[in-house]
Design a binder for this molecule. Structure first.
Ligand code: G4P
Length: 525
């Protein structure tokens, strides 16, 4: 296979959902189709078990599991599929956001009974911002859920996207008889067996009068009526509108019963993008370029404190990555080569000699990498689109052991490089504030500082609502703003100005009073 064909056949994506919607189950079924695993239950759910949500040891345990499921690669019908796992629990949300910067498309899983939930809404914001093509999978049809038309409206309104159903359910819950595939105009009959293996679904044409024998006359009439309505209301599906992130195709099914999953996968391989060009500050980098380039989007610390080596996850953006070849670490201005780069297949890691755009390579690292770092053959490139998002919880971090202040500083520095949380330094007094997306992260930081760096920290309450990065060409207004709001002005780890807003109202007032200043909830705009 030549270089171009290798790139063309790659599909790198993430499955995102609110916890419990069925992401793990769907992932597993996709792996079953790919023959990457043989029995269901092989992919350990990396979500925190119910009832243990405040147990940070559980997070440590999960960190172990999540290395294994970080990237799941497999082959299916000639395509090379890379599924990037997005940690399910709320407290990992920032890590999840960043994973979305390394994918070319996304499948959103929605529970048919619960509809659009909080975390799905947040994750979709990132997809919209990045114009990532999205496919929606409405799951758990084997249970009673909301009306399908209602669900489509909800998805459109709540997620602010346009949809186009590509499959349609016949009944739901106990009345589920099948899913009509609008993509190839066939009905898949639901047999209700919990399928562990990939089987060809039983298919009948909707115009075929025999269909009544499978789903009953009433259902068949209803289906024909629904299809007419769908075709009347929704524009015909066009691949370009999906690739441009204007319209999201929607599939219905039941991951648990392995129903509607194969249609999803087949259509996904047909329509989902192969590696797209990626924007660097200097220029747009095309996957098909000859020279290798890639960026670090995730760093995984070793759980054993005696071996502080880490695993950096690099997304190959262009060219061919090769083992034992010198590459430029752009930020450090230093050439490095890697003797044991790993690729991730479903259940195992293996050392690889080459990787292509779309692939994720794991590099062992003794502290050289930060999130967002770029590797190239020799060009100075800085990839954009790895923003920090505003945290939602803030606490002052204080040193609790004066003898260990160096260790604390180093620990905080490294944990921030890993992307565990964000650090803000208040301009007025130099006090340090840690911002996270979830409350558990504070416990994790405290625990890891102690066990990995021998440092003790203490938290102090501070009441902020969000961090807003701000900028303006109007120097005078910036100076005035910083003077008046000096208690709330801080600097992030990269030296950018940040306003720590106390409330929505506080931020709105600032916007009114200082109209030339632009406030943003990410540090890249
Ligand atoms: P998540 O990764 O999005 O958090 O969800 P996960 O796949 O772990 O699924 C959450 C629960 O929903 C699981 O049940 C799972 O079996 C169930 N589920 C997933 N897909 C379907 C579906 O299509 N139909 C039905 N009826 N249930 C589905 P659980 O009882 O929480 O866990 P388990 O003991 O079954 O693993």
């Amino acid at each position: 296979m030549n270089f171009k064909e290798e790139i063309d056949r790659r599909r790198t994506f993430a499955i995102v959902s609110h916890p419990d919607a069925g992401k793990t189950t769907l992932t597993e079924k996709l792996l079953l189709f790919g023959g990457a695993i043989r029995v269901a239950g092989a992919v350990k759910s990396n979500k925190i078990k119910k009832g243990a949500t405040s147990d940070f040891m559980e997070i440590e345990r999960q960190r172990g599991i999540s290395v294994a499921t970080s990237v799941m690669g497999f082959e299916y019908n000639g395509a090379k599929i890379n599924i990037l796992d997005t940690p399910g629990h709320q407290d990992f949300a920032e890590d999840t956001y960043r994973t979305l910067t390394a994918v070319d498309s996304v499948i959103v899983v929605i529970d048919a009974a619960k509809g659009v939930e909080a975390q799905t809404r947040k994750l979709m914001q990132v997809c919209r911002m990045r114009k990532t093509p999205v496919i929606v999978f409405i799951n758990k049809l084997d249970r009673e859920g909301k009306d399908p038309f209602e669900l489509l409206d909800e998805v459109e309104n709540e997620l602010d996207i346009k949809v186009r159903p590509l499959s349609w359910p016949v009944g739901m819950g106990d009345r589920l008889r099948g899913v009509y595939n609008l993509y190839d105009r066939k009905l898949n009959v639901f047999t209700g067996e919990d399928k562990q293996v990939a089987e060809e679904p039983l298919q009948v044409d909707v115009e075929d009068p025999e269909i009544d024998n499978y789903i009953g006359t009433d259902n068949a009439d209803q289906l024909r009526e629904d299809i007419e309505l769908i075709d009347g209301v929704y524009q015909p599906f066009e691949n370009d509108t999906y690739l441009n992130a204007e319209v999201s195709p929607v599939f219905f099914g039941s991951a648990l019963y392995n129903f509607g999953v194969k249609e999803l996968l087949s259509c996904f391989i047909d329509i989902a993008p192969s590696p797209l060009p990626i924007q660097a500050e200097e220029r747009s980098v095309d996957a098909y370029e000859e020279n290798f380039s890639g960026f670090v989007f995730k760093i995984h610390a070793n759980m054993d404190p005696n071996h502080r080596n880490r695993l950096a996850f690099v997304k190959v953006c262009s060219g061919k990555f090769e083992r034992n070849t010198n590459y430029l670490h752009v930020r450090l201005g230093k050439k490095m080569k890697f003797s044991s780069p790993t690729a991730f297949m479903a259940e195992k890691k293996e050392i690889i000699d080459v990787a292509y755009p779309g692939d994720i390579v794991g590099l062992h690292d003794s502290g050289n990498f930060k999130i967002g770092d770029t590797l190239t053959v020799n060009e100075e490139l800085h990839f954009k689109g790895l923003p920090n998002f505003s945290p939602e919880m803030f606490k002052y971090i204080e040193n609790n052991d004066p003898m260990k202040s160096k260790q604390l500083a180093k620990g905080v520095d490294q944990l921030m490089d890993e992307g565990v949380a964000q650090l803000f330094t208040v301009n007025m007094n130099g006090r340090k504030i840690i911002g996270t997306v979830g409350a558990l992260q504070f416990e994790v930081i405290e625990y890891r500082l102690l066990h990995e760096y021998g440092a003790k920290c203490r938290w102090e309450r501070v009441n902020f609502y969000k961090a807003a990065w701000f900028k303006s060409e109007n120097r005078e207004q910036i100076d005035d703003f910083k003077k008046r709001k000096y208690k709330q002005v801080a600097t992030d780890k990269h030296g950018n100005d940040v306003y720590l807003a106390e409330s929505v109202f506080d931020l709105d007032r600032a916007k009114d009073k200082f109209p030339d200043i632009r406030f943003h909830f990410t540090n890249e705009f």
